[in-house]
Write a protein that binds this ligand. Structure first.
Ligand SMILES: *[C@@H]1O[C@H](CO)[C@@H](O)[C@H](O)[C@H]1NC(C)=O
Ligand SMILES: *[C@@H]1O[C@H](CO)[C@@H](O)[C@H](O)[C@H]1NC(C)=O
Ligand SMILES: *[C@@H]1O[C@H](CO)[C@@H](O)[C@H](O)[C@H]1NC(C)=O
Ligand SMILES: *[C@@H]1O[C@H](CO)[C@@H](O)[C@H](O)[C@H]1NC(C)=O
Ligand SMILES: *[C@@H]1O[C@H](CO)[C@@H](O)[C@H](O)[C@H]1NC(C)=O
Ligand SMILES: *[C@@H]1O[C@H](CO)[C@@H](O)[C@H](O)[C@H]1NC(C)=O
Ligand SMILES: *[C@@H]1O[C@H](CO)[C@@H](O)[C@H](O)[C@H]1NC(C)=O
Length: 648
């Protein structure tokens, strides 16, 4: 899911008022996260990293007491403790919440490719003592030629008794007793369409031996928060020998570029150039790998919860044609018209079910339906993880049970499961800590291989295991997805990743000595540098302050046309710095700088230098904003400017 930026619709819908002490703040909505944690931001104090008198210069060849996930002469990724004091301060496990106190009144069965919704006669009494009447509406994707992703069609509600067959994409069921609505839900089911049947039948699985792929993603969960917040799920994947890539480093800030890197091999700039998501129809023409899979005979599917802010739709145009054979957006949109219960400002419940479990059920249905056929599924969950490091705990057992079910139903016997996130939490108090910096950049990622995989591809499998503690990227995953097509003996030619020509399939041996330059990871996102907290001399500090202030204020100046003049000019109040280790392969070093400004905001950047900071040419990287800035940027609408603005 994308960074939240203001849109007019949201602005209208969400105007939230916070009362904090005697101050009344009216906040225009654009950042769920900001709303959620605004109060904690203002009450918690900023802890400066520990400082030492002299710059610590640790040569990578020298003995070094810290332990590393990746350790080479070009890359040192710290192995931090998920339960460090730093992190524990901001982590509070929560219990699963049910969306309704009753059992579900309706359920779906599928037999011979016919999906039927039944009224559960045994639970009617939980809903009414009197008579019950139910009706259903067909849900279909909008046929609007320009924006079919933006809306759905809901037919008239037609009364039914006992059961009704799902004929369209989804069905909305409403039940009432004495003219009072007592129940409402939306159901769907994966049915084999004529086109898909044709495709399955014509797939020659005697000469091709397809490897199926299922992506199961949970947004904004770092490798460390995976252990912290999903202990039972973690235990499951470890017990079942799922393979983790411990040095999997994100390549850009938020979801869109990191998922596009996987699906297209492009970086953000090229993705916007070639597949401009703000222009209708561009994503349809974009060379995303799910199209290659589909064209080569795989059955494809894609679902994501939080439809209005999902990866390809938030302030983007989405798709004109469904991008995959099974496209669950109309279903998800229909569920979001039901009563919602929010947790951390996300729609945790849509009607009587959690949004997360709805996606898990789709994975199970899709995976089971096409167990014997080549399939490629891309499933993404946002609603219980996006805004807070603690909320995923609510779903830990559900996720564990879901993975157990994939095993019991034989889906893990047939598919390669890629269980991953895109990045860690990007805003808020934990981001002011060392672990927060690392976690933002290192999402969790696990692979589950079908048992026959090692036998059929022993070398590839061993290479993969060997890559677990090397620096890897979404671009490598892009190469891997292409490799899977050739390993499946399909007519496919592998193309290098545009953004990272040297990236390679994870089934090859990735060089042990790989740098962020080799992997085309911009230094600001790179976790290889082995930073150490360092107190600099005042001359260096003032130069850094100057460089950052200039950069910030220039952004405001250059954006005057879209309201930059409504934002306050910044001065830097406090600065804290960390210096990268010395690497023998290059002269350049980096200083990671966090500044607290006046007016109150927190920015982080990575600045490169050679020699000393005072005299060197400094190159400043992208600027991250670490505080929840929603309450302070209502005066501007420009997405880019918002990140840097503090309204006068
Ligand atoms: C739903 O669609 C099916 C098949 O297209 C149709 O037979 C049925 O009448 C529709 N139901 C409603 C309530 O529109
Ligand atoms: C639907 O209900 C009818 C009775 O109203 C029953 O005859 C039929 O078998 C049911 N269909 C399924 C699939 O259970
Ligand atoms: C080939 O596909 C059919 C279904 O279309 C399936 O029943 C069969 O098991 C498959 N064979 C192999 C070797 O996967
Ligand atoms: C998965 O495959 C193994 C053998 O490879 C088999 O013993 C097991 O029964 C299968 N599980 C399911 C649920 O199909
Ligand atoms: C492979 O695909 C190319 C174009 O995509 C086509 O020209 C070629 O004939 C195909 N080869 C086989 C063996 O099908
Ligand atoms: C990727 O990195 C290499 C050097 O390692 C560089 O030559 C190339 O320009 C980079 N590509 C992109 C698209 O940034
Ligand atoms: C910076 O350069 C000046 C003049 O070249 C020199 O006097 C000074 O010592 C240098 N500063 C540092 C910190 O090396």
């Amino acid at each position: 899911m994308q960074e939240f930026i203001i849109s007019n619709t949201w602005k209208k819908v969400f105007v939230v008022i916070f009362v904090s002490g005697c101050i009344l703040l009216t906040i225009s909505y654009y950042d769920y996260a900001a709303l959620l944690n605004y109060q904690t931001f203002v009450t918690r104090t900023y802890t400066k990293p520990t400082t030492t008198e002299e710059p610590t210069e640790v040569d990578v060849h020298n003995e070094d007491k810290r332990s590393y996930l990746v350790s080479s002469t070009k890359c040192k990724i710290l192995d931090l403790d998920p339960f460090s004091e730093d992190a524990k301060k901001y982590f509070k496990p929560l219990k699963y919440k049910t969306c309704t106190k009753n059992d579900l009144l309706t359920y779906v069965t599928k037999e011979d490719n016919i999906a039927t919704i039944h009224i559960d006669l045994e639970v009617i009494r939980q809903y009414t003592k009197g008579s019950l009447s139910c009706c259903y509406s067909n849900i279909t994707r909008s046929t609007s030629p320009k924006n079919p992703d933006d809306s759905i069609k809901i037919s008239n509600c037609k009364e039914f008794h006992n059961n009704v067959t799902i004929m369209q994409e989804a069905v909305l069921v409403k039940c009432s007793s004495k003219n009072t609505k007592v129940y409402e839900n939306v159901h769907t089911s994966v049915r084999i369409t004529k086109d898909v049947q044709k495709k399955i039948s014509s797939f020659d699985n005697t000469t091709n031996q397809p490897i199926s792929v299922l992506f199961v993603g949970v947004d904004s969960i770092s490798r460390l928060n995976f252990r912290r917040a999903l202990p039972n799920t973690f235990k499951f994947v470890e017990d079942h020998k799922w393979v983790s890539l411990n040095g999997y480093n994100k390549i850009d800030d938020n979801t869109f570029p990191n998922l596009m890197a996987i699906l297209t091999g492009f970086d953000q700039l090229t993705a916007y150039k070639v597949c401009n998501p703000k222009v209708g129809g561009s994503l349809d023409k974009c060379p995303m790998l799910w199209y290659s899979y589909r064209d080569l005979g795989y059955v494809t599917g894609y679902a994501e919860d939080a439809a209005s802010i999902s990866t390809f739709n938030y302030l983007k145009k989405g798709f004109i044609k469904p991008p995959t054979d099974y496209y669950f957006r109309p279903y998800v949109m229909a569920t979001e018209k039901l009563n919602k219960m929010t947790v951390s400002s996300m729609a945790y419940c849509t009607g009587p079910e959690t949004s997360g479990e709805r996606i898990m059920n789709l994975v199970k249905d899709f995976g089971a339906t096409f167990k014997q056929n080549p399939h490629f599924g891309f499933f993404w969950m946002n609603t219980f993880s996006h805004n807070d490091i603690s909320t995923p705990t609510m779903m830990d057992n559900k996720l564990k049970n879901f993975l157990t079910n994939l095993d019991n139903s034989g889906i893990t016997n047939n598919s390669l499961i890629i269980f991953l996130s895109d990045h860690g939490i990007r805003f808020g108090d934990i981001r002011l800590t060392e672990t927060g910096w690392l976690e933002e950049r290192l999402p969790y990622i696990y692979f589950s291989f079908p048992p026959w995989f090692k036998q059929r591809f022993p070398n590839q499998y061993n290479n993969f295991l060997d890559n677990a503690n090397k620096l890897t990227t979404p671009y490598d995953l892009h190469m891997t997805l292409q490799d899977i097509l050739t390993m499946s003996q399909l007519n496919y030619t592998i193309k290098p990743s545009d953004a990272c020509p040297k990236c390679m399939s994870l089934f090859e041996k990735i060089p042990q000595e790989r740098s962020c330059e080799d992997a085309n990871i911009t230094h600001h996102w790179c976790t290889c540098s082995g930073y150490n907290p360092t107190k600099l001399d005042s001359e260096s500090e003032s130069r850094l302050k100057q460089v950052i202030t200039d950069k910030l204020n220039n952004i405001l100046l250059n954006k005057a046309d879209v309201g930059g003049d409504k934002c306050s000019i910044y001065t830097v109040d406090e600065i804290s710095t960390r210096i990268s280790q010395k690497f023998s392969y290059k002269k350049i070093r980096y200083v990671l700088v966090t500044v607290k400004t006046n007016p109150k905001a927190v920015f982080e950047t990575t600045i490169s230098y050679t020699g000393d900071i005072v005299n060197s040419t400094l190159e400043i990287g992208p600027l991250s904003r670490l505080d929840y800035y929603a309450p302070h940027t209502y005066c501007v609408a420009d997405a880019y400017l918002k990140k840097y603005c503090y309204c006068k």
